[in-house]
Design a protein around this ligand. Structure first.
Ligand code: LLP
Length: 447
């Protein structure tokens, strides 16, 4: 499987600190204060909120939401953006995006509740996911959300029965698996026949017809999502949307209503040196495949919106020199940022101290304190000397960072901070040790 965009120890030279900063407009270096997010020194955040801490730029979130909206509008598409809540479930992030007019794409009761709690109207919420429980279906119907995306014939029957028992008809889109290779990491490819998602495109006409006859369903269209971190242009999107366009025509010819096409998410970001398609190129692919059908277009981006907007701020515990290797052991770990351990993902690493940007570099492995060899953020990265208490940031950690955290090794969930201009606010407190142990019971007989 092609994994060209995700790699812990690539052979070509890493981007320099200056290049990493230049590509991220919310980051800059101040001669005295060191690395800033917007106008706030990360050293100040570390001093006041501790480490490890996720830091999000509200300005970057807004800029990115607007850029995506502008690209869709520029292509003349009537389109709604439903932010994929799984990428970052923080209520403050959701609220910033809601204020920009974004809806939500949710995949669980928890995400639905988070979206509602952040003020996203039910009429702007789509429920995706391959295994919705009856309880989740009931909640979605009771809230009267915009649409549920159906992943199988079995799920269609189940949802119809649930809706009918409530005297409702669920607005549904059928998730089609177009058998298109998104050319991303195998663990985040979803549009191939071998993946568990959606129904094979060849089966879609028959199933859509059947869904139109089910008492509890109101089929409104189709949905597709071929993978995540799609970083090799938009050719695979083009192929998928062409196939979807043909399917829309076929369904209509058979007399079925098709009002909407949900085009999924997946647009990649440059973590290292990738050159993903731009929002304009994505909008062009949508227009080419679906533009003349008069369907309402929906999009479910997650990473593209919030990935670059966040960093994980961490503190060096100790540098360990063993045999020929230099290990920088930091206080963040794989339980915080799982992506390197899980996908061998490459994240930019920047020091925070202003002096560190001019210091000599030497290769280091940056690792966390968790008792697993996979608790390795990078190998052989050129970094300055990082004595104990130095601060370090992992870049592009705003998506699938905090939302994939765990408390493995009984490590509390890290704090989350949002920066706006010259101010910052803790938007989620660091989990307390009391909260970490909360909810557990000690039956007498265990003693
Ligand atoms: N819609 C559906 C149905 C999805 O399954 C996903 C992501 C999205 C939208 C949003 O995709 P995005 O625009 O964020 O690529 N944990 C992995 C990524 C898993 C993506 C799962 N589905 C990572 O850290 O790379």
């Amino acid at each position: 499987m092609a994994a060209t965009t995700l790699h812990i120890a690539p052979t070509d030279p890493d981007p320099s600190f200056a290049e990493l900063i230049a590509g991220r407009p919310h980051l800059s270096i101040h001669a005295l204060d060191g690395l800033l997010v917007e106008e706030v020194p990360l050293a100040r955040i570390a001093a006041e909120a501790g480490t490890p801490t996720w830091v999000y730029s509200a300005g970057a979130l807004r800029r990115r939401a607007r850029a995506l909206q502008a690209a869709l509008k520029g292509a003349g598409l009537q389109a709604g953006i439903h932010y994929a809540v799984k990428a970052n479930t923080s209520l403050a992030v959701l609220r910033v995006l809601a204020a920009e007019g974004l809806g939500a794409d949710v995949v669980s009761e928890g995400e639905l509740r988070a979206a509602r709690a952040a003020g996203i109207p039910a009429s702007a919420i789509v429920f995706s996911g391959v295994g919705k429980t009856e309880r989740e279906m009931r909640l979605a119907l009771a809230e009267d959300i915009l649409q549920l995306n159906i992943e199988s014939a079995e799920e269609a029957e189940m949802l119809s029965a649930v809706a009918a028992s409530m005297g409702r008809r669920a607005r549904v889109a059928l998730r089609v698996n177009p058998d298109v290779d998104a050319k991303t990491h195998a663990k985040i490819t979803t549009g191939l026949t071998e993946n568990k998602f959606g129904v094979p495109i060849a089966m879609a006409p028959e199933l859509y017809g059947r869904m139109c006859g089910l008492p509890g369903l109101d089929p409104v269209g189709l949905t597709v999502h071929i993978g995540s971190q799609i970083a090799q242009g938009v050719a695979s999107y083009r192929a998928a949307y062409q196939r979807l366009g043909q399917l829309v025509r076929e369904l209509r010819a058979a007399g079925h209503p098709v009002h909407r096409v949900d085009c999924g998410g997946g647009l990649g970001i440059p973590y290292r040196d990738e050159t993903p398609g731009s929002p304009a190129a994505l909008a062009g692919a949508i227009k080419a495949g679906l533009g003349d059908l008069g369907v309402k277009i929906m999009l479910e981006p997650g990473r593209w919106i919030c990935g670059p907007a966040g960093v994980l701020l961490t503190r060096v515990i100790v540098e360990k020199h063993a045999t020929t290797r230099r290990f920088v052991i930091v206080d963040a770990a794989m339980n915080d940022l799982l992506r390197p351990a899980m996908y061998e993902a490459w994240h930019g690493i920047l020091p925070v101290s202003p002096n560190a940007f001019h210091a000599p570099l030497s290769p280091a492995d940056v690792v966390g304190p968790v008792c697993e060899s996979s608790d390795t953020f990078t190998r052989n990265r050129d970094l300055p000397a990082l004595p104990p208490d130095s601060l370090v940031t992992f870049l592009d950690a705003g998506a699938y960072g905090a939302s994939m955290s765990s408390t493995y090794n009984a490590r509390p969930l890290a704090a989350e901070v949002m920066v706006e201009g010259a101010r910052f606010v803790v938007i989620r407190e660091r989990q307390s040790y009391a909260a970490l142990l909360e909810g557990q019971r000690l039956p007498d007989w265990t003693g």
